[in-house]
Design a protein around this ligand. Sequence first.
Ligand code: ZN
Length: 139
Amino acid sequence: MKRVVQSRRKVFGQLLEHARRQPHRECCGILAGQDGVITQAFPAKNVAADPIRNYEIAPKEIVHLMEQFRERRLAFLGIYHSHPNWMDTNEPSPKDIALAYYSGAIYFIVTPRPYATTPFRAFSIRDGRAMELEIQVLP
Ligand SMILES: [Zn+2]
């Protein structure tokens, strides 16, 4: 049985819009919400040296976003990034798994490809292993 992650519908629109703005490279950001339900996506800058193949959010930007979450009574729930349109799947890459520092976070991977069967996938990544979660979309 898959563990479930709940998210508001509008968040998926935000992720897709962000991923499609530059579909040939990876985009990234942070997901926040309340009571375990993701309610908002906060786009971040991808500062990876090679943003075509990787993503990295500057620690400074994470700290800044955390401050905003505190003010708005939101909890940090996850991290999202896209796999560009030239990549086949939105499965965590070995690098995604190696660099998943926030073991409590849920990692969403988005594909900007039109008509993708799974435009969004969510994973829990711990101890070098990724486990897919079931996404429940709330209104
Ligand atoms: Zn990735």
